[in-house]
Design a protein around this ligand. Sequence first.
Ligand code: PEP
Ligand code: MN
Length: 295
Amino acid sequence: MCEGWHEQFAETPDVLKSARLQQTIVQVMDFEIGGDEFVTMAGPCSVETESQLLATAAHVRRAGAHILRGGAFKPRSSPYAFQGLGLEGLKLLARAREETGLAIVTEVMSEEDVPLVAEYADILQIGSRSMENYSLLEAAAHSGRPVLLKRGMVATIADLLRSAQCILDHGNPHVILCERGIRTFETAMRNTFDAAAIALLKQVSHLPVIADPSHAAGHRDLVPALARIAVAAGADGLLVEVHPHPDKAWSDGKQSLDFAGFDEMMDDLKPWIELSGRKLYGSETACIRLMEAVG
Ligand code: PEP
Ligand code: MN
């Protein structure tokens, strides 16, 4: 890494690559994030019903996901919009883990909820709107769970690294960065996907970097292309919204892939992931699908 970056990010030395630390690998259940394998986190924006969640979990598992995503506590633009199922949602996530073996990532929005969410989740998600909530970051750090830190929608790369440093400062080195698009003057898409941020973060930081093409695009048609760009930029994995019936989703339906769309994206990504020098999770996955297809 060239010296210039060290000067630019001098406030956050512990998240930068060093002679001692080139890459953090976050162990979750029986796999690693930030290692050789490309990791996919997939699932609905919000946990809605048992059938919605369990069907999605089973499907994304077969298509090669490692982790089930789903919000039980939802940060919404309006306080009158659906706020999530809370504890009931966490219990459904735990049930999905039991049935599929997938790990769970879910958002925690307030400091007081950290112990409860940490009881059910394998990874705590800090949402874009919470990236600079330092008391929440501190509480999440103290939970000991890995933290998926989403970039604030108006946060610079230095801001994101400062929040990551804050979690490290509170004794938790298991931080995963997430680029999910930022606000710019462009309005055609929900956000502007900052692929360069992924490339830069991979150069300067030892922390794993995950890309969220769903919140970046805001339209499901764009999600596969942004996912390919993320792979080419060096991302360690993806966070993608998938729903059995996107048009009926309680939140973020427009950007959610249906099952067929997710399968197609995962198949199309394979050569790109291989080109990037990473291993694909479970070639076993392809075998299961082939066995299903031939009955
Ligand atoms: C989400 O992952 O559903 C979410 C609310 O994301 P963000 O915090 O990036 O808007
Ligand atoms: Mn969402």
